[in-house]
Write a protein that binds this ligand. Structure first.
Ligand code: XIL
Length: 356
């Protein structure tokens, strides 16, 4: 296949998927009325192409989308010399055809580093590959994305103290400067896109989460002190239904982050209910309550401008691949059920975001 054929082939599915709901001008008013400003969802191209209901749901409820896999290193970089943008481009086409904005996820992460990268032994070579990747990808999408998760998950679980950082392949070669370097490189490539840092397990009232939040806060403060171009703080919000949200501590954290001039994004919200007993209806109510507590804490110091769930329907959620319920029932982590029917979770999203 020539390059063009390949792109057309990949786009084929997404174009068909978008055909029913083409440009925003053609969207039925009933659909627009259900869109929640700033609400978005993550999706893979595979799922979008294989099930038209998924694209239909995203274009019905959302104003933004983020690729789950297509902008990560392994999918973009089959080898050191190739940048394979076709699959991410297909999601961008879907977004544009449906009047959705797109976020980028993610430029620098300890996870999902391709083998060819890990085989580079000298630190200068690692730095060249790192800067080349961030610079090329951010330049390619210049002016096309609203924000980037530049650095993902920099804090370890159970940090020893507030200075603790995750030990990553990048740290081993570049030291702590892997973080500022990623932001500076991205900012040079795309001066107007918002640059975010992103972290999980900081929302609940559990000692290890509170410690992680304190280390995250400290890192953000250090980056600002160093004049690093950082514009937004992502709370992934992969919530655990059995854990209460630390509403007070989280509200305080968000208030402080905003007082430093940064935006707060909810980037990957879902709620695993593997430890909940009870009927699906009872579980859905607890899941919705956790989301309500999360968004209440965030909304206490300003509007919730950007909230994305990691998927939109329980049918396509990574949670079921990772955590199994003892009763073998699927988890119910997302706003729509497996048949794309809205659950109380979606009501909470609409409570905190304006209708479009
Ligand atoms: C997950 C995807 O959903 C999975 O399909 C993949 O196997 C692993 O990555 N935090 C992140 C996301 O920042 O990139 C992760 O996505 C989920 C946790």
């Amino acid at each position: 296949m020539t390059k063009l054929d390949r792109r057309e082939f990949i786009l084929g599915g997404a174009a068909t998927l978008a055909a029913g709901a083409s440009a925003s001008a053609a969207l039925p008013a009933s659909k627009l009325a259900r869109r929640h400003q700033g609400y978005g969802a993550a999706a893979t191209l595979w799922d979008l192409q294989s099930d038209p209901r998924l694209g239909e749901a995203i274009s019905t409820y959302c104003t933004q989308v983020v690729p789950v896999l297509e902008l990560k290193w392994p999918m973009l970089r089959p080898d050191a010399h190739t940048f394979a943008f076709e699959r991410a481009d297909a999601i961008l086409d879907f977004a544009q055809q449906n009047d959705l904005t797109m976020r980028g996820h993610t430029l620098a992460w300890y996870h999902d580093i391709p083998d060819w990268t890990k085989r580079i032994k000298d630190s200068k070579g690692v730095e060249r590959a790192y800067v080349d990747h961030i610079s090329t990808v951010a330049s390619y999408y210049k002016d096309k994305l609203t924000s980037w998760d530049v650095v993902n998950e920099p804090i370890p679980d159970n940090p020893r103290d507030v200075k603790d950082r995750r030990d990553t392949f990048w740290t081993q070669h570049l030291g702590d400067r892997w973080i500022p370097l990623a932001f500076r490189t991205a900012a040079a490539a795309d001066p107007y896109v918002k640059l975010a840092i992103n972290e999980y397990d900081i929302e609940s009232a559990k000692d290890s989460f509170i410690a992680k939040r304190a280390a995250y806060r400290n890192l953000i403060m250090e980056l600002l002190d160093q004049g690093v171009p950082l514009h937004a703080v992502g709370l992934q919000s992969h919530l655990h239904a059995e854990l209460e949200i630390d509403t007070h501590g989280l509200a305080e954290f968000v208030t402080e982050i905003r007082s430093w001039g940064l935006e707060v994004f909810v980037t990957e919200l879902d709620v695993d209910d593997q430890k909940l007993t009870g009927s699906p209806l009872e579980r859905d109510a607890i899941v919705a309550k956790r989301v309500d507590d999360l968004l209440t804490a965030i909304a206490s110091s300003g509007p919730v401008r950007s909230v994305l769930t990691w998927g939109i329907s329980d049918r396509y959620s990574w949670i079921n691949g990772y955590v199994k319920r003892p009763d073998k029932q699927p988890n119910r982590p997302l706003p729509l059920d497996g048949e794309f029917k809205p659950k109380p979770f979606m009501d909470v999203i609409s409570k905190f975001t304006k209708d479009v």
